[in-house]
Design a protein around this ligand. Structure first.
Ligand SMILES: Nc1nc2c(ncn2[C@@H]2O[C@H](COP(=O)(O)OP(=O)(O)O[C@H]3O[C@H](CO)[C@@H](O)[C@H](O)[C@@H]3O)[C@@H](O)[C@H]2O)c(=O)[nH]1
Ligand SMILES: [Mg+2]
Length: 231
């Protein structure tokens, strides 16, 4: 805060954002929730807020609650699969939050994923698939939209799946070097990927969800949907 104002509120923060304390103040969808106040606790790479609201319990009693929310926007992720070769194309990259919380080296195997930024979910996942895996995807299948950590993180993650072949490779992948990304494309046999869930080599929620979807009702399931490659 300065004499001239507060970055993220009435002054642009270092990412040009203002009015970050307005999110949620206009919520009216739930008659048992009345938003009272929104405080901006941190505006760094992403945004941390504390919201005070009145909440009517199931027995009719009203209490005042506070919840902190971490807002990094929404994201999208994709499982790329090749039914004929029975493979999936994943990423491997360093994830500091996992490293600091018990993962032995922080190198996580994941489906390609990224934040939407200013794109719609389908546009964002096409961009991320190209940046991270060097693959230009054709037809996309929307699988589900999920809140991954709804007690504290606002993010909704949009899940997609699409077939890939060697002919879809249009770039090197690897991520955006100027953003510090260093992403290794990893092709796994599908059955090995399922084994990797069981033995802990794959320990990322979105990746496990998409692999299990693929085994249950997706392309490797008992009645796989036929996906026609684009002409
Ligand atoms: N300097 C800096 N850079 C950051 C920070 N946080 C993220 N970045 C940069 O922003 C990039 C974001 O890359 P994306 O590909 O857009 O997102 P992601 O990290 O892969 O996130 C995806 O996966 C997450 C984990 O599963 C998901 O939570 C998220 O929804 C998204 O799908 C990172 O690679 C990194 O370069 C930060 O605190 N500081
Ligand atoms: Mg990413």
């Amino acid at each position: 805060m300065t004499d001239l104002g507060t970055p993220g509120l009435d002054l642009p923060d270092h990412r040009g954002r203002t009015r970050l304390d307005q999110a949620g103040r206009d919520l009216t969808g739930n008659p048992d929730v009345v938003i009272r106040d929104v405080e901006l606790l941190a505006t760094a790479w992403h945004v941390l807020r504390r919201t005070t609201y009145d909440y009517r319990h199931r027995d009719g009693r009203w209490t005042t609650e506070q919840r902190e929310t971490y807002d990094r926007g929404d994201g999208a992720t994709i499982l790329l699969y090749d039914v004929s070769r029975r493979t999936v194309l994943l990423t491997r990259q360093f994830r500091y939050p996992a490293y600091v919380n018990g993962h032995p080296d922080g190198m996580l195997i994941e489906t390609a994923a990224g934040l939407l930024d200013d794109d719609d979910p389908a546009g964002a996942i096409r961009r991320e698939t190209s940046e991270e895996l060097g693959i230009t995807v054709g037809e996309l299948e929307h699988v589900f939209g999920v809140w991954m950590s709804p007690g504290s993180v606002t993010e909704r993650l949009h899940f997609y799946a699409a077939p890939y072949t060697a002919a879809d490779r249009t770039g090197p992948g690897g991520g955006v070097a100027s953003e510090g990304e260093d992403i290794e494309p990893v092709e796994l046999d599908f059955d090995d990927a399922l084994t990797a869930i069981a033995d802990g080599r794959i320990a990322d929620a979105k990746t496990i969800m998409l692999l299990q979807w693929a085994a249950l009702t997706g392309p490797f399931g008992p009645t796989p949907k036929t996906v026609t490659p684009p002409a």
